[in-house]
Design a protein around this ligand. Sequence first.
Ligand code: NAP
Length: 470
Amino acid sequence: MFTYDTLLAAVAVKSGRTVESRNPATDQLIGLAPENTIDELDPVIAAASAAQPGWAALSDEDRRSYLHRAADAIEESAEALAQLLSREQGKPLNGLGARWEVGGAVAWLRSTADIQLPGEVLVDDGSTQTTMHYRPIGVVGAITPWNYPMNIAMWQIAPSLRMGNTVVSKPSETTTLSGLALIEVMNQVLPAGVLNAITGPGATIGDALVKDARIGKIMFTGSTATGKRIIEASAGNVTRLTLELGGNDAAIVLSDVDPEEIVEDLFWGAFINTGQTCCAAKRLYVHDSVYDEVVTALASFAEKVPVGEGLDEEVLLGPLHNQRQFEIVSDLVEKARASGARVVLGGNPDPEAEGFFYPVTLVADIDNDNDLVLNEQFGPALPIMRYTDLDEAIRLANSLEVGLGASVWSSNADRAREVAMQLEAGTVWINSHGILAPHIPFGGIKQSGYGLEFGVEGLKSVSVPFVISG
Ligand code: NAP
């Protein structure tokens, strides 16, 4: 079991090539994260390659047992992991924050360990039997973003290990300590070489990982722009890819909602993790008949949500993770304001404040073609559009090049389902947004990526199918 101090000591380094890890709320130095060189990638992939046949040769029962024991280890060190995650990423310990994320990593690992992917009988007609089977790919390269450094890493690691692959994980350079800490804790239990890490900038180390011929599959979660680079970089080896990319999820609120009833779920569907969530609601289309009430309800709810440094037990929303994200959000809100949109709440970050705090911001009466609507803000600024014609709202919701999630809000389940069927997204939620579960497949369409994670489909995506017929 680790404490915060022993965990930090295990993953931070004192010298060599390092990058500073700083708390986004206070700018305080947390520790120095190691930054690997390209030369250091080779032995890591070699170790993963060497360990893979032995790991794959274990019985299904033995591999599952290892994964459950790794989940026990995470539970034992959960508080230390959450403390580090909160400091490095900026998210609060409580609410939908660091403790919740660590709990999610455990839940994903246990659930994935228990999902079965048996061979399938395709033909059995008395004379011929044809069956389909799944074997491991080999070594999986897992590249994660900084918004959920432990959960997203686990979404990649758990199914890969479950199917008999070994893993080389690359955390984002700004959440390296969190990524390394999760792996350190799991490696108290796992055999050497099964779960490995490599650190450093995406453009160099990440790129080299993608291009290495020993990597059979890349699981990537991050921006669409990086996803496109990875498609190109992986072409040389025809490396398999799962790409979970950016989104700009639309939420359509129908005329029959009770604003007070939906406001809490609607708020958290948009502002979870300070809006830095791939499948958060990022564009809100509200019917004219309930528009003013929904905006007022959201503003009153938002005013009561405590914002501050993540380690404060009362806080439910933290700062943005980095300067760049702060600038993107500020710029989009300023452009929206200049266009004549109404900033109902927020939009006024304190210039004296330490850290990257941007207030919860609601922007009403904004044009459908405003940049804040068309671009992924990845922060706490929600554009709220008024509509009268539902078909037009559906058309606008579908009009972008991305399609990760979407949601419909209505008191009439049949009506909501009818609208949901017309929305172009990998998942359409009804009366919620962004709720994920380890047994329900998740993935984007259009430029939000391809390939599914979670559940049986997630296991298939880290396996090679093969057929025996005769
Ligand atoms: P990003 O810049 O694409 O980075 C994601 C990861 O890729 C990081 O580990 C990064 O390393 C690495 N990377 C960067 N360039 C690379 C390259 N050329 N080759 C290989 N790896 C490379 O994304 P981000 O800014 O961290 O995350 C925000 C984006 O992720 C948003 O668009 C969000 O919607 C999306 N996202 C999607 C999902 C989903 O499930 N669909 C979930 C979460 C986030 P460094 O950071 O060290 O440079």
